[in-house]
Design a protein around this ligand. Structure first.
Ligand SMILES: [Zn+2]
Length: 392
């Protein structure tokens, strides 16, 4: 590192602060090392500050993807590809995945499933996004993603020990597979993997150690049991049934009333020759309808991409996800709020990330144009700062 000044003033055309639905015009954002020192309209940079001029751009908080898998390489068979890699090769691929995300303006990712706690080792690495990590998801023997190493006997003692192991290793969040999933042969999305008693044991032990729990829950039964068990978050929430998608019935209101965070799985990159699996594509219209109902009922929704699980899910897919939230009725301002301040809170980082305000981390993206008018501006990155370091 060269001895660059600690004070850096960024001048841009506009600024979205992560919370309000309007832009500040002619902002001057002052960074002091890794944190934001001041945000002012048309201010004068202090003497001695390095000045970065980005005319015509809008500054926004670095984007946050609440559900990624750095260990999956977004190829046609990410499970087989990971199995072929030893830990060093897997870590190299994970660093490349993280760099791709960061260069797209995604300055924080929550990794909800790695192998062998590899994502925990990458936390704090310069040149990568901030990583919030679960380690291997807790699953049943031969259950969804068992090959990541989180297979656990379905007994209260065993699931509590699995949670304690994650706490001891310094995981930031506990991920539990409440239902089967798409990428694990022999499991089914609509089938529950744990009883409500076992899910309660996971939640109780995690909370005892100060850790939140988010449950992978596709099927209606797994969604209901996760709610009953008191999880903090649920992923997917697709109401997947054997031949289609269930009507959520009373669960829409229950989810909204519970305040539980629902991680919507969104974001498909336009990759030539690649498409989502047919089983997902045929269910998508009803999943969108149910999601829209959840939104209208006031459920606490956030955006996650499941980046890494296939060719249409590269690690920089989140900007596409924001554009695709119009399907459930979001405005660009709301989509950006969900992908910044709301996502930060969901990841336990509401005090340090997701907003452009004094005292917060200097995770900043500059895009050409006005993303509140046109979210495709997110694909026109002019600068990215991660904890004060310019990486683009
Ligand atoms: Zn996932």
């Amino acid at each position: 590192m060269t001895d660059r000044p600690r004070l850096v003033a960024v001048r841009a055309g506009a600024l979205f602060d992560g919370v309000s639905g309007t832009l500040m015009l002619d902002p001057v954002l002052l960074m002091n090392g890794p944190v934001i020192a001041a945000v002012a309209r048309a201010g004068t940079p202090p003497p001695g500050a390095e000045v970065v001029d980005l005319p015509g751009t809008t500054l926004l908080p670095g984007l946050i993807d609440t559900h990624v898998h750095l260990a999956f390489d977004a190829g046609p068979d990410p499970v087989a590809a990971l199995a072929r890699r030893d830990d060093d090769a897997a870590l190299a691929a994970m660093r490349a995945a993280g760099r791709a995300a960061l260069h797209a303006g995604i300055t924080t990712v929550r990794d909800l499933g790695d192998r062998g706690y590899l994502s925990l080792r990458l936390r704090g690495t310069a040149g990568l996004p901030t990583i919030v990590a679960a380690g291997p998801p807790i699953t049943t023997p031969a259950g969804h993603c068992h090959f990541l190493g989180g297979a656990t006997e379905p007994t209260p003692q065993a699931v509590r020990a699995a949670v304690r192991d994650r706490a001891d290793r310094g995981a930031d969040v506990v991920k539990v597979m409440a239902s089967g999933g798409t990428m694990t042969p022999g499991t089914r999305q609509e089938t529950s993997q744990f009883t409500v008693e076992l899910l309660r044991a996971v939640v109780d032990e995690a909370h005892r150690h100060g850790l939140p729990v988010t449950a992978h829950a596709h099927g209606t039964g797994a969604i209901r049991m996760s709610l009953d068990a008191g999880v903090d978050g649920m992923e997917h929430v697709s109401f997947w049934s054997a031949d289609g998608v269930d009507d959520p019935g009373d669960l829409t209101g229950r989810i909204a009333g519970s305040g539980v965070t629902v991680g919507l799985t969104v974001g498909v990159a336009p990759v030539p020759g690649a498409a989502p699996p047919p089983a997902i594509a045929k269910r998508l219209p009803r999943i969108i309808t149910n999601t829209r109902r959840l939104y209208e009922a006031g459920a606490h929704l956030v955006l996650g991409t499941d980046a890494g699980i296939g060719p249409t899910k590269p690690h920089d897919v989140l900007p596409h996800a924001l554009q695709q939230t119009t399907m459930i009725g979001l405005t660009p301002a709301l989509a950006l709020t969900w992908a910044t301040s709301r996502a930060a809170a969901a990841c336990g980082l509401g005090g340090t990330k997701g907003r452009l305000a004094p005292g917060l981390d200097a995770d900043i993206v500059a895009v050409d144009g006005d993303p509140l008018a046109d979210l495709t501006a997110l694909h026109r990155i002019r600068a990215v700062f991660a904890r004060g370091h310019r990486v683009v």
